[in-house]
Design a protein around this ligand. Sequence first.
Ligand SMILES: C[S@@+](CC[C@H](N)C(=O)[O-])C[C@H]1O[C@@H](n2cnc3c(N)ncnc32)[C@H](O)[C@@H]1O
Length: 297
Amino acid sequence: MTVPAAGKEAADIFALYSRAVPDSLATLTQEDPLIRMSAAPFTGIEAMMDPIAETIAGIYQTGRTTGDSGSSHRIFPFAISAEEGAFLLSVIAGDPKVSKTLEVGCAYGLSSLHICAGIRGRSGASHTIIDPFQTLQWDGAGIKNLRSCGVDFFHLIEEKSEFALPKLLEKREGQFDFIFIDGYHAFDHVLLDCFYANRLLKVGGYLVFDDLGWLSVSGAVSFLLKYPCYAVHGSVKKTPKTFWEAAALRFLMPLARCANAAGLFPSRSYRNTFYEMIALKKITEDKRSGSWHEDPF
Ligand SMILES: C[S@@+](CC[C@H](N)C(=O)[O-])C[C@H]1O[C@@H](n2cnc3c(N)ncnc32)[C@H](O)[C@@H]1O
């Protein structure tokens, strides 16, 4: 799943945040002071004074977090990596209009912390979290982490997404600027989350998926990418765990990219092999009619 950053020096982790800003966002980030601040808030002296940054760095440094019971928990293999967190932050930082966010699957709160770091201070900032097992399985650690660094603009729905998402949709379509899906990973569940997320997302908003390395997730993403209203906004490559894996990836990726462009290697398998996280942008209204069909696989 994700690659542990535990044991890294805080400086390395902070450095990741500036490196992970995608090229397409780099110019924007340099030009706009607000975006610059939120895109790279975790560097140097600012990091020492930023409670969210301090909390994130502390968790990645030790690879552990503490729950409501006072017990300490290992965050991997459940949590997103520091690089993926930096990517979430950079997508939000690159678009000042993002203020209403939704997340499916909080666990120990690493994705929630990054998303909240991105929207904090923005007008109308609010983060909705769906996680049925936050108390039962995760010892309340995700929420505890948010509270401990003063985040008070979030709302936890402790229900399964298959029950919570339709209720949100009943209230209003297109109410979120950014949705992160990292809940139950079985194909039908991811697809169900996609169905509701598509309806809940504004035009111009972002839909981000973790764990593209799971066939279920890359399959659902490939299907969604057939909708005319989505385009790939950015992605995070898999981090190789060994020297040999790194060498194999470096050698194979250009070949696979050519094969993919030539239609010899399906996009689903390409993403599944080389990528870990992907952000899609909703570029127009979803105008598919009831008779729209595309072969999903
Ligand atoms: C991989 S973990 C999420 C990790 C988290 N995003 C992070 O960065 O630390 C998957 C999460 O999905 C939640 N989950 C499991 N079944 C779910 C369901 N039916 N609806 C919503 N969330 C679910 C789990 O409780 C867990 O918190």
